[in-house]
Design a protein around this ligand. Structure first.
Ligand SMILES: *Cc1c(COP(=O)(O)O)cnc(C)c1O
Length: 379
């Protein structure tokens, strides 16, 4: 048997001919009319219980647009965490702001609120909290601290659609919440995609302009520009980062199964926890009141690389996202944060091991993973 961490092709095949039909439907329509995009935005906002959804062409674009839309400018500082996808730190740097990392909580592996408080300066212009592996950041405490300082909070929920705090989905908490529809994410496009959820209508309109050439959304029907020039009327500086019709049509087919996708992952997480109890494998834990989204099931083990190699020999795929943490990556070497700067994030990165999880995997395969892992750690 071979159990991969994830099998995107198998998950896509499970939708049968519907994905092809969606592509053909989009192709047959007017690709400029944004019909599928507009419908998807309404459906994704409703699924999350959010007021406004602005779709973009990646999770990275979502974070960059959110930072620019809340007013981040060169010379500002933005605080985030080093243990995340490279896109989070890159988006901060691309905004022109100074990138400031703070260490994380060892249990939830999300931003330490104490470390955040210590890192705030008069130049802090935004906070990017990451819902690591699908576990929501401590967003209520982060919001309370940010509100005292008048700072907007951007939540990177790229790994966490459907994650909940006290029964409320992420998307309702931060000033702007960012999602990825990367091909291997819960809700995967066939190319790339992303979305920002916003509470505020003006912020949503700024997000649309920033990601769409600086043009108002209703540009083709707009009366705001001077007559014929309505198409070429730029309210602001803006990028070309909008979601396209084909991705939107694909995502509309997949969105109705996001709830069962999450249920499947939650059941698998419970089975892992039971199956690995009493072993040397440290299983992930949740803060009280949290419903995890389980994009990744990331355990921690001693002698990780050896365990990983033994699992590979036995046909169990694993991954190492995200190792090394960002401050130890060449891209950010210029910031001069050597090993030892973020001890909790480093300890996690040294020991983490991502196990197979997701709707591609059945119970027999998961049992195989559990048994092989128990063998490999000598349990
Ligand atoms: C995937 C991911 C991103 C980037 O999303 P893309 O769609 O790949 O650009 C950002 N942050 C986190 C935490 C992610 O997992």
């Amino acid at each position: 048997m071979f159990v991969p961490v994830y099998d995107r092709a198998k998950v896509n095949r499970s939708f049968g001919p519907e994905l092809e039909a969606a592509v053909l439907r989009a192709l047959a329509g007017d690709l400029d009319a944004d019909r599928e995009v507009t419908l998807f935005e309404a459906e994704f906002a409703a699924w999350n219980g959010a007021s406004h959804a602005v779709s973009v062409n990646s999770g990275t674009a979502a974070i960059l647009a959110a930072l620019l839309a809340v007013g981040v400018r060169p010379g500002d500082e933005v605080i985030t965490v080093p243990n995340t996808d490279g896109a989070t730190s890159s988006a901060v740097s691309m905004s022109g702001a100074g990138l400031v990392w703070v260490d994380v909580d060892p249990v939830t592996r999300t931003m330490s609120v104490e470390a955040l408080e210590a890192a705030l300066t008069p130049r802090t212009r935004a906070i990017v909290a990451v819902d690591m592996f699908g576990h929501p950041a401590d967003i209520h405490r982060i919001n309370a601290l940010a509100a005292r300082h008048g700072i907007p909070v951007v939540e990177d929920a790229c790994l966490a659609p459907g994650a909940m705090i006290d029964g409320v989905k992420v998307g309702a908490f931060a000033t702007a919440t960012c999602f990825s529809f990367g091909r291997n994410k819960h809700l995967g496009a066939i190319g790339a995609g992303g979305c920002v959820l916003a509470q505020d209508g003006d912020l949503a309109e700024r997000l649309r302009m920033l990601s769409g050439y600086g043009e108002a959304r209703e540009r083709s029907r707009s009366k705001s520009g001077p007559g014929e020039a309505a198409w070429f009327w730029h309210e602001t500086i803006g990028l070309n980062q909008r979601l396209d019709e084909i991705q939107a049509a694909i995502l509309r087919v997949k969105l109705p199964s996001l709830a069962s996708n999450l249920e499947c992952r939650r059941a698998q997480a419970r089975r892992y926890e039971a199956g690995l109890a009493g072993t040397a494998v440290e299983v992930p834990r949740c803060r009280a009141g949290v419903e995890h989204a389980w994009r990744n099931y990331v355990v921690e083990v001693d002698d990780r690389d050896a365990v990983r190699a033994r699992l590979a020999e036995r046909g169990v795929g694993t991954n190492l996202c995200y190792t090394p943490p960002m401050h130890l990556q060449p891209a950010f070497a210029g910031l001069g944060r050597p090993r030892g700067s973020y001890p909790v994030a480093e300890a996690i990165a040294d020991r983490l091991l991502g196990l197979p999880i997701g709707p591609h995997m059945g119970e027999a395969e998961q049992d195989y993973v559990i048994e092989r892992l128990r063998e490999c750690v000598g349990a």
